[in-house]
Design a protein around this ligand. Sequence first.
Ligand code: F6R
Ligand code: MG
Ligand code: MG
Length: 364
Amino acid sequence: MELTLSVIKADVGGYVGHSSSHPDVIQKAKEKLEHAQGKGLLIDHHVTVCGDDLQLIMTHQHGEDSEQIHKLAWDTFVECTNVAKSLKLHGAGQDLLADAFAGNVKGMGPGTAEMQFSERQAETIVIFMADKTASGAWNLPLYKIFADPFNTIGLVIASNMHSGFTFEVHDVKEHKKISFNAPEEIYDMLVFLGAPGRYAVKAVYHKESGEIAAVSSTQRLSLMAGRYIGKDDPVCIIRSQGKFPAVGEILEPFASPHIVEGWMRGSHHGPLMPVAVRESNPCRFDGPPRVVAAGFQLANGKLVGPRDLFDDPAFDEARHQANIMADFLRRMGPFEPHRLPLEEMEYTTMPEVAKKLAPRFQDI
Ligand code: F6R
Ligand code: MG
Ligand code: MG
C-alpha cells in the first residue's frame, strides 16, 4: 500500500513560558485531526508534543506537499493558537509567520518532514522530535545510524544493509543540495555535516533499492522570518528493521548525548537529552534541549502505537551524562563556547552596545 507519513509541527504557545504545552491546546489539535479523519482526509493520526512544540503525525494518500494536508495542519495550528490566546499562553501563535495559508506550510513557520513509500509487510517507524534546538541537530545521529559501523552493526553483518546509504544534504543558507554515498564518500560528506548550522541532512536513501530511509525537517525559522522567533525544534522520521537500521541502532546515538545549538534564548550550546514525552519539559535555563522518540508499526496506514522509546532506564545514564554536561557548560555563563559565537546568536544586544560605545573606541 502506497502511503504518505507527514509530521508537521509548530510552537503555537508555551505553558508555562516556553517549557511545555497546555492540555487544552493538545485537545483542540486532536479534535481537528479526528474530524479530518472522519471525513476521509486522513487514514490515521496521532497528536503529541515535545516541550512547547505541537506535533501532528498523519498518514494519508495525498502525497508529500499536499495542499489539503498542509491546509489541515495550518488550520489546526490557527485554532490551537486561538486556544493559546484565550489562555494567554506565552508566545501564542509564535511559529505562524503568515497571516493566511498559501498552499504549503513550508516557509510559513511550521516544520515538516514527509515521506511517501509503499508499506512493507511490517513497517516500523521511529519519529524523533526535539525542543530547544536547531534543524542540524540530526546530522550527527543520522551519520552514526546510517554510516558508522561502531553504532550500526547491521552495516557490517546484515547483507541487505552492507552496500550502504545515500545522504541528501542541504545547504540551508544557499538553498542548494548535494548527495553523498556512504561509506565511499564519508570523508567528503563529514566536511559538510560537521557544520550543522549550515548543512543539514534532509533525507537518507537505501543505496541498493533507492528506497527512502529517513527524512528530516530542515526549515530554519530565523532564516524564514529574517529575525529570531524561536528555535526550529526539528523532527525526523526514520524507517526501521529489515533493510533499514534496527530500532536499537536508530536509538543508540542518543545513548551518548551530543552538543547542539539552542537552549536558553536559542543562543547556547547544550547537550541533547533523550527523554520520555512526559519529561520533555525543558525548564533548567530553558533546557537542556530535549529529544523524544515515538515508535509505531503501520498497519495499512493505521498508526499502531506509539511506544515512547526513550522511556527506558537504559537511557538513564545518557540523561545523567547530559546533566553533567549541562553543569559543565553552565559554569561558563555568557562565555563562548557555551554561548554561541556572535554571528550565530539568535538574540544579541551587540549592535546597540557597539553603537553606544563607538565614540569610546580608540585606534591602537
Ligand atoms: C529558546 C526559547 C526560550 C526563550 C526565552 C525568552 O528556544 O524558546 O529560551 O528564548 O524563554 O523568551 P521570550 O523572548 O519569549 O520572553
Ligand atoms: Mg516556544
Ligand atoms: Mg520549542
